[in-house]
Design a protein around this ligand. Structure first.
Ligand SMILES: Nc1nc(=O)c2c([nH]1)NC[C@@H]1CN(c3ccc(C(=O)N[C@@H](CCC(=O)O)C(=O)O)cc3)C=[N+]21
Length: 298
C-alpha cells in the first residue's frame, strides 16, 4: 500500500483559473482593461488542435479576450513573421502564443524571437530566458515549469530551500527553465540527460524529481528516493494491448506511487497547470503593459 500524496493538477489548475478570473474581473472593472491572448496555430496536428481548443475555451471562461489565428501549414516564414509583428502592435493583444512545433520550413527560433518579449507569455524569447537565468522578477516564466513550481511549493509548504532537485531532460521549453527556477528557489539542482553516466543513481539522490524527457514510463521505482516529490511532465501516447491509445507520463506511475512521497498523475497533473499558468501569465503581461501593479503568481 502506498501513502504517496497524488497531486491533483486538475483541481489545482481550477483554483488558479478562479484566481485569474477574479483578477480579470477587477482589471475590467477598475482599469477598463480586458486581457487578450492571441493563439497562432499553423497546420492541423490533431494533438495541437486539442490544446488550442482547451486554451481558447479556458481563456474565455476566465473573462479574457481570446483571438485565434489558424494558418495553413504551407504559410511562408515571412507571412508568419508579419502576423506576429501585427500582434505585437495590436493593443488588444497582451499575450502571444505560437503553438509549437512549426512546419519544418519555418525557423521556430526566428518566430519566437520576433514576439515582443513583454507579450511572450510562453517565456521562450531569449530576453525572458536571460531574465529567468539571472533571477530577475521581470521574466515571463515558461508555463509548464511555472506550474510544476507552484505544485511543489504548495506541497512543501512554501519553501524549497536546500532541497536536492534533479531535472531529467534539458529541453529549452521545460528542462532548462525548470532548473533555473529551482535554482532561484535555492534548491541544489542537477540536470540529467541521455548522456548522463549512471542516471538512476543521480535520480535516487533527489528530494524533488522532475521528469521531462518524453519517454514513456522511463522513471522506475528504484530510481526514486523513498518520500521524494515526483513531478511528471511527460505526455506520451502509447498503444494498449486492446489496440486503443492512452496518455502516460515519463514516470512509471503504478510503481513509483509506492515509494514517492508525492506524485503528479498523467493526465490530470502538469498538463492542466500549463494552461492555467498561461492564463496567469497573460494577466501579468496585461498589467505590465499598462503599468498596473501585477498580481502575485505563486
Ligand atoms: N508554444 C507552445 N506552448 C505550449 O505550452 C505548448 C506548445 N507550444 N505545443 C504543445 C505543448 C503541449 N502542451 C500541453 C498543454 C496542456 C496539456 C493538457 O492539459 N493535458 C491534459 C490532457 C489532455 C488530453 O487528454 O489530451 C492532461 O495532462 O491532463 C497537454 C499539453 C502545451 N504545449
Amino acid at each position: 500500500m502506498s501513502d504517496a500524496k497524488i497531486i491533483d493538477g486538475k483541481a489545482f489548475a481550477q483554483n488558479v483559473r478562479k484566481r485569474v478570473a477574479k483578477q480579470v474581473e477587477e482589471l475590467k472593472h477598475y482599469e477598463n482593461l480586458t486581457p487578450g491572448l492571441a493563439v497562432v496555430l499553423v497546420g492541423e496536428d490533431p494533438a495541437s488542435q486539442v490544446y488550442v481548443r482547451n486554451k481558447v475555451k479556458q481563456t474565455e471562461e476566465c473573462g479574457m479576450k481570446s483571438l485565434e489565428y489558424r494558418r495553413d501549414p504551407d504559410i511562408s516564414e515571412q507571412e508568419l513573421l508579419t502576423l506576429v509583428q501585427s500582434l505585437n502592435e495590436n493593443p488588444e493583444v497582451h499575450g502571444i502564443l505560437v503553438q509549437l512545433p512549426l512546419p519544418k520550413h519555418i525557423s521556430e527560433e526566428k518566430v519566437i524571437e520576433a514576439i515582443a518579449p513583454e507579450k511572450d507569455v510562453d517565456g521562450f524569447h531569449v530576453i525572458n530566458t536571460g531574465l529567468l537565468a539571472t533571477g530577475s522578477k521581470d521574466a515571463m516564466v515558461p508555463c509548464t515549469p511555472l506550474g510544476c513550481l507552484m505544485m511543489l511549493k504548495d506541497y512543501f509548504g512554501g519553501s524549497l530551500s536546500g532541497k536536492r532537485a534533479v531535472v531529467v531532460g534539458r529541453s529549452n521549453i521545460v528542462g532548462k527553465p525548470m532548473g533555473a527556477l529551482l535554482l532561484n528557489e535555492s534548491c541544489t539542482v542537477t540536470t540529467v540527460h541521455s548522456r548522463t553516466v549512471d542516471i538512476e543513481e543521480e535520480c535516487r539522490r533527489a528530494d524533488i524529481l522532475v521528469a521531462a524527457v518524453g519517454r514513456a514510463k522511463m522513471i522506475k521505482a528504484d530510481w526514486v528516493k523513498p518520500g521524494a516529490a515526483v513531478i511528471d511532465v511527460g505526455i506520451n501516447r502509447i498503444e494498449t494491448p486492446d489496440g486503443k491509445t492512452k496518455l502516460v507520463g515519463d514516470v512509471d506511475f503504478d510503481e513509483v506511487v509506492e515509494v514517492a512521497g508525492a506524485i503528479t498523475p498523467v493526465p490530470g497533473g502538469v498538463g492542466p497547470m500549463t494552461i492555467a499558468c498561461l492564463l496567469a501569465n497573460t494577466v501579468t503581461a496585461a498589467c505590465r503593459q499598462n503599468k498596473i501593479d501585477e498580481p502575485k503568481v505563486d
